[in-house]
Design a protein around this ligand. Structure first.
Ligand code: SF4
Ligand code: SF4
Length: 376
C-alpha cells in the first residue's frame, strides 16, 4: 500500500522531491518506455505456478521458478511497455539512462522543486533499500471460495490444489539460497484466498518465528475465515481484508471487524508490522454501499493502530491493470474519502509520536465531526 510521499523523483539537475502514488498517476508520469528499470533487482513476484518475474508487467527475462531455481536480476532492464499500471511496479526504481539509474542506488536527496516534465528518475524503493530489504509478492495459489465478476479465471478458481507445507519450505529454501543472509524481507501474500490453505498459517508462523524482526508479512484476504483465525494471523501478519459486495456478507463482516478491533484495543497492539486494513472494493455501482461501510467501520477506531480503511477502485487485470470506467465525479469521491482518512491518520500518528503514554484516543463524535466535511 503506497504511503504518503513514498516515491522519490529526480530531475536532470539532480533535484529531488518525494511524491505519492496518486501524484504519479494523476500527472501521468507512469510512462517509462525505453527507461532502465530495476525490476527483479530488489524485489520479485512469485506466480501461483511458482514462476517468477521482476514485476507484474513481466518485462524482461523470467527469473526462474521458486520450487526449482531462480536468479534475481543484477542489471536494470529496458522497459518496453507504453505505461506502468500496477502500484508495486510503479514503486520499482527506474531512470532515463543507465548512468542515472546507477545514481539512484546512492540514496541522494537534494530537496528542491522538481517540474514533472523534467523528471528523469523515479524510485519507490528508497526507504526499503535503506532498510536493506527485499520485497517478495507471493501468489500462493488460485483456490478461492468467492467468484468475483471482476476477477479473471487465471487468478482464481474453486478447485486448484493448495500448496503443501513441504512445497512452501522448498520455496523458502530456494529464496534463502538466492538472497544475501543479511537482508530483511517484506513478503506480501496473495491468491486466490490464501487463508483457506490449511498449511498457510503454519507457514506464516514458521516464517515469523524464524525471521522475527527481520520480516514484515502482509496477507491479502477476503476476510471470510473465522474471526479467531484472522485474529491469530494478525499477530504475525498485517491483514489486508478486501470487501467484495457480490459475495461478502456485510453484516457478518462488520461484526468480525468489530471483534478484531476490540481485541487489538484490549491488547494495545501498537506494532507497525501487524496492522489491520480493510480495503473496500468499489465498482461504479457500489460506491454508495462502499461509502456507508467506510463510515461504519471507521467508527470502531479509537486509535491510529486499530484499523485503517480505504476505498479501492477496481483495475482490469486482463487489460494491463487499467482502472475500470468510473466517472470523474466518482474518482473524485474515492480520492476525497481516502485522502481524508489518510490526513486523519497522519494527524493521529504525529500526535502518537509525541505521546509518552501511548494513549491516544479520539471519540466517536470527534471522528464523525471530522468526516462530516467530506462531501459525498
Ligand atoms: S512497466 Fe513498469 S515495472 Fe515494468 S519494466 Fe516498465 S517501468 Fe518497469
Ligand atoms: S476474493 Fe479475491 S481472489 Fe477471490 S474471486 Fe474475489 S477478487 Fe478473486
Amino acid at each position: 500500500m503506497a504511503k504518503k510521499s513514498e516515491i522519490k523523483i529526480t530531475d536532470h539537475a539532480g533535484n529531488t522531491v518525494f511524491v505519492n502514488m496518486t501524484d504519479i498517476k494523476t500527472h501521468r508520469l507512469n510512462q517509462w518506455q525505453g527507461w532502465f528499470c530495476g525490476l527483479g533487482m530488489e524485489n520479485f513476484n512469485i506466480l501461483n505456478s511458482g514462476r517468477m518475474h521482476g514485476g507484474v508487467c513481466k518485462t524482461g527475462r523470467e527469473l526462474g521458478n521458486v520450487y526449482t531455481s531462480f536468479k534475481m536480476n543484477t542489471e536494470p532492464t529496458k522497459c518496453d511497455k507504453p505505461s506502468c499500471h500496477c502500484g508495486s511496479d510503479i514503486l520499482i526504481p527506474k531512470a532515463k539512462t543507465e548512468k542515472e539509474f546507477a545514481k539512484l542506488m546512492k540514496h541522494q536527496i537534494n530537496s528542491r522543486k522538481v517540474k514533472y516534465e523534467n523528471v528523469i528518475a523515479v524510485d519507490g524503493h528508497f526507504q526499503m533499500r535503506k532498510d536493506n530489504t527485499i520485497a517478495i509478492d507471493w501468489n500462493v495459489g488460485k483456490r478461492c471460495n468467492y467468484n468475483c465478476s471482476y476477477c479473471p479465471d487465471n487468478v482464481h478458481d474453486k478447485k486448484s490444489p493448495h500448496i503443501s507445507l513441504s512445497k512452501f519450505l522448498t520455496a523458502l529454501n530456494n529464496i534463502e539460497k538466492n538472497i544475501p543472509r543479511d537482508k530483511n524481507l517484506k513478503v506480501t501474500f496473495t491468491g486466490g484466498e490464501p487463508t483457506f490453505n490449511p498449511d498457510f498459517f503454519p507457514f506464516v508462523s514458521l516464517l515469523k518465528n524464524k525471521y522475527k524482526e527481520r520480516i514484515t508479512i502482509f496477507t491479502n484476504t477476503n476476510g471470510s475465515h473465522t474471526k479467531e483465525y484472522l485474529d491469530a494471523l494478525n499477530k504475525y501478519s498485517t491483514l489486508l481484508i478486501s470487501v467484495h459486495f457480490e459475495f461478502t456478507n456485510v453484516k457478518r463482516l462488520i461484526e468480525k471487524i468489530r471483534y478484531l478491533v476490540k481485541v487489538r484495543q484490549q491488547e494495545q497492539r501498537y506494532d507497525r508490522k501487524t496492522l489491520l486494513y480493510v480495503k473496500i472494493m468499489v465498482t461504479p455501482t457500489t460506491l454508495q454501499n462502499a461509502k456507508e461501510l467506510f463510515f461504519e467501520l471507521t467508527h470502531f477506531r479509537t486509535h491510529v493502530f486499530d484499523l485503517r480503511v480505504n476505498l479501492e477502485p477496481i483495475v482490469d487485470k486482463e487489460d494491463d491493470y487499467k482502472l475500470i470506467s468510473y466517472s470523474d465525479d466518482q474518482k473524485n469521491i474515492i480520492r476525497k474519502i481516502n485522502e481524508h482518512d489518510r490526513l486523519l491518520r497522519t494527524h493521529f500518528e504525529t500526535i502518537f509520536k509525541k505521546s509518552s503514554t501511548k494513549k491516544l484516543f479520539r471519540s466517536k463524535e470527534f471522528i464523525e465531526r471530522t468526516f462530516a466535511n467530506v462531501d459525498v
